[in-house]
Design a protein around this ligand. Structure first.
Ligand code: FPP
Ligand code: MG
Length: 324
C-alpha cells in the first residue's frame, strides 16, 4: 500500500508561489549561521518536507500576498521550530532516514544534532518574537513548552498502558500545538489576534494536528521507507504508543489484550500487523482520524469563503490516509 498524495500535490501546487518564497527565506536564515555551522544548518533546511505548517499559516491568511514579508517570517519561524524538533526527535528515535535523506543525527552524530536543533530552535524563536506583539511571543513560547512536554510524556509512557485519553494528550502536545500555532499566526495576520477567525482557525488547527499525527502513526505500519522517506518501524522499536497499537489493545478481548500488552516488546511487527488485520484496526484508525478532520471542518464552517483553503487542506489530508 503506497502513500496516496495526489490531492495533496494539487493543493501544494496552489501554494507554489508562497513556498518558493519560503524556501528562499529558509536558505537565507541558514546562511546567517556561523561559518563553521553553516553546512549543517543548510543541510537541515535543504531536505524538502511537505511544508504543512507553513501552508496552514497561508491557508489562514488567504488575503495576504505570498511575498508579504510578515507572512513569510511567520511561516519560516513555524517551519524552523518544526525542523528543530525533528532533529531532536531523530536522536530520540535513533532514526537514520528523514525526508529521503540521512538524518542530521546519522550524518553528524547525536552531539551535533542536539546542539544544531537548539541553535535552529533559538533562531526560530528570534523570528517569532521579533514581531513585537506580546501575544505572539507568549503563544510561541507556550507552544514550544507544550510541544516539548508532549514529547516528554511520550518518552515516559513506555509502560504500554497508554489509553486513548493519554494518547490524545501526548499528540495534542507534540504535534497539534504547532499546527494550532501555525493557524493562529496566519489567522491573526489576516484578521487580528482577538478575531473570531483566529479562534476558529486555532480550533481547526488543533484537530488537524491530531489527525496528522494519527496519519503518521498509521504510516509507520502501513508505508514502506521508500514511500515515506523516513526510517520505518521506529515507533515500534522505541516502544512508542501509537494509534494502531492503542486501538488494537482496545479491540482485543480483555484477557488477550492484557497478555499482549505485557510482552508486546517480544512480538515482531509482522505478528502485530496480523493481529491488526484480524481486529480491523486500520478501519477503526481511519474512523477516528476522519472524526478529527470533521471537527476541523466544523470549527471553520461558518466562515464561508475565508475557510476555502483550510477546507482544501482537510480534503488533502483525508485523501492521504491509507484506507487499505
Ligand atoms: C515527531 O514525532 C516529533 C514531534 C512531532 C515533536 C518532537 C518534539 C521534540 C523532540 C521536542 C523538542 C522541541 C524543540 C523545538 C527543540 P514522531 O516520531 O511520531 O514522527 P516521525 O515519524 O516524523 O519521526
Ligand atoms: Mg520520530
Amino acid at each position: 500500500m503506497g502513500l496516496n498524495n495526489k490531492k495533496f500535490k494539487i493543493f501544494a501546487e496552489s501554494f507554489k508561489k508562497h513556498t518558493s518564497q519560503l524556501k528562499a527565506s529558509l536558505r537565507k536564515q541558514a546562511a546567517g549561521f556561523e561559518k563553521e555551522v553553516r553546512k549543517q544548518a543548510s543541510d537541515c533546511v535543504k531536505a524538502q518536507g511537505k511544508y504543512l505548517r507553513p501552508m496552514l499559516v497561508y491557508c489562514c491568511a488567504p488575503s495576504i500576498k505570498p511575498q508579504d514579508a510578515e507572512l513569510q517570517k511567520r511561516a519560516s519561524s513555524v517551519e524552523l521550530i518544526h525542523l528543530a524538533s525533528l532533529i531532536h526527535d531523530d536522536v530520540i528515535d535513533n532514526a537514520d532516514l528523514r525526508r529521503g535523506e540521512e538524518t542530521i543525527f546519522k550524518k553528524f552524530g547525536a552531539r551535533t544534532a542536539i546542539l544544531l536543533g537548539d541553535a535552529i530552535f533559538a533562531h526560530a524563536m528570534q523570528l517569532a518574537l521579533s514581531d513585537g506583539s506580546r501575544e505572539i511571543s507568549m503563544k510561541a513560547v507556550e507552544t514550544v513548552k507544550t510541544l516539548s512536554q508532549g514529547e516528554i510524556m511520550q518518552t515516559l509512557a513506555k509502560d504500554r498502558k497508554t489509553d486513548m485519553q493519554k494518547y490524545l494528550s501526548i499528540i495534542d502536545g507534540k504535534t497539534a500545538s504547532l499546527f494550532e500555532f501555525a493557524c493562529f499566526l496566519g489567522a491573526s495576520l489576516e484578521c487580528g489576534s482577538g478575531s473570531e477567525w483566529a479562534a476558529a482557525a486555532q480550533k481547526a488547527g488543533k484537530r488537524l494536528g491530531r489527525a496528522y499525527q494519527m496519519f503518521d502513526d498509521v504510516c509507520d505500519w502501513k508505508i514502506s521507507e521508500s514511500e515515506s522517506g523516513k526510517t520505518a518501524g521506529t515507533d515500534f522499536l522505541s516502544e512508542k504508543q501509537t494509534l494502531p497499537v492503542i486501538v488494537l489493545l482496545g479491540e482485543m478481548p480483555k484477557k488477550e489484550s492484557a497478555a499482549l500488552s505485557k510482552n508486546l516488546k517480544s512480538r515482531t511487527p509482522d505478528e502485530l500487523k496480523q493481529k491488526m488485520r484480524r481486529f480491523g484496526v486500520l478501519e477503526k484508525c481511519v474512523k477516528i482520524f476522519e472524526g478529527e478532520i470533521a471537527e476541523a471542518r466544523k470549527a471553520v464552517a461558518k466562515f464561508e469563503g475565508q475557510n476555502a483553503k483550510l477546507l482544501e487542506f482537510c480534503d488533502a489530508l483525508s485523501d492521504m490516509m491509507p484506507h487499505s
